[in-house]
Design a protein around this ligand. Structure first.
Ligand SMILES: C[S@@+](CC[C@H](N)C(=O)[O-])C[C@H]1O[C@@H](n2cnc3c(N)ncnc32)[C@H](O)[C@@H]1O
Length: 223
């Protein structure tokens, strides 16, 4: 039983709110600005959850394998994937010990899962192990050094939400993992979480991008 199992049924509701939908849009835009995988390539979505990112990758014509420790999250991913008419190989497994051989994938994406990883170097090494030489590892995570990371670290959030299991990282911390292979990085989600709903739009996101700390960061390494 994984701590995400009880979140599964309600997890996607966040993406269906105007705020959650825009947050997702900014994170997706950032990831694909850094790296847009080629159709036909083999990609692992590590910590795939309900398939939010796996489906976006499949829509790009990528051959996707998703892996997660929550069977309940993945059962929703499987249902959504079937409804959308895509074929994604979902596997149960742990980021610390992947059931794949060395250099199995052209690229590995891990979006919003590293928050829950207590030993980031160990998980990083394992994800990198399954990337082909010359391939890409992209990790996206909530920025601990941002109004979003600060909100999710409050006592209220720690007590009431899945973030009780989170350990937020900063850009500096993540950048210290294998700096010699780090090729690009970026941030998004510049409006603070308490902003009025009307501020969750590209105009405000772009206008704050030079002044504020981004709530979500993506880093990309090349093997
Ligand atoms: C916040 S969800 C993100 C899901 C999806 N990537 C997305 O962007 O919506 C985090 C996911 O990471 C998974 N996860 C956390 N720790 C993991 C681990 N050690 N191995 C595999 N999956 C893990 C959780 O089960 C959960 O489904």
């Amino acid at each position: 039983m994984s701590f995400f199992d009880i979140e599964a049924e309600s997890y996607d509701a966040w993406y269906e709110t105007p705020m959650g939908g825009f947050v997702d849009e900014t994170e997706t835009a950032l990831a694909f600005r850094l790296f847009n995988p080629v159709p036909g390539s083999e990609l692992l979505d590590a910590g795939c959850g309900t398939g939010n990112f796996s489906l976006k990758l499949a829509e790009k014509g990528v051959r996707v394998t998703g892996i997660d420790i929550s069977e309940e999250m993945m059962s929703i991913a499987k249902r959504k994937t079937a409804e959308a008419g895509f074929c994604i190989d979902y596997r149960y497994g742990d980021l610390y010990e992947l059931p794949f051989g060395d250099e199995s994938f052209d690229a590995v994406f891990s979006m919003a899962a590293f928050e829950f990883i207590k030993e980031p170097e160990k998980a990083f090494d394992e994800l990198m192990r399954v990337v082909k030489k010359g391939g890409i590892l992209m990790i996206g995570t909530i920025n601990g050094d941002s109004p979003w990371g600060e909100l999710y670290s409050t006592k209220e959030f720690r007590e009431k939400t899945v973030f009780k299991h989170a350990d937020f990282k900063t850009m500096e911390q993540m950048g210290r993992i294998c700096p010699e292979k780090l090729v690009d990085k970026g941030a998004c989600l510049f409006m603070p979480p308490a902003s009025p709903g009307k501020d969750f739009c590209w105009e405000v996101e772009n206008s704050l991008s030079k002044k504020e700390r981004g709530g979500y960061i993506c880093l990309m390494w090349k093997k």
